[in-house]
Write a protein that binds this ligand. Sequence first.
Ligand SMILES: [Zn+2]
Length: 136
Amino acid sequence: MPERRYRTDLDCYDPHAEHHPVPTYPWKGAPEHLFTRRQLRDAGLCPGGQPAVAQCLRPRKRRPTEPLRAWLYDGHRAREKRTPTPAQLRAVDAMNRAHRICDTCRRDVGYRIPATAPLHGECLDCHEIRNQLRAA
Ligand SMILES: [Zn+2]
């Protein structure tokens, strides 16, 4: 089966899902009750657990087999966005703080230290010292 190519808005129009797993519309051509996750968020809403019910596709000149895709959600089934409780915010703060503390000198260095190579949980200063010791 040849790969489907998307060159015009018409190639992206499949409202009855005959060629796609979900109804498909060209960019900015979706029915008014369908929204992207970002559009819902900007309205203080979230999809509320529903799966995407449709998609928008937009052709890309250089890659006609890989159009840009936006999943769409039914605005009627959207829910108010949850706001984190103070306890949740404290937990996130604590987690972020833990990632800023150097395993070696125990300072809060003010940036997130990757646990993986090359720093392995060490701040840049400690990492530098270790490298100099290794070179000496
Ligand atoms: Zn350190």
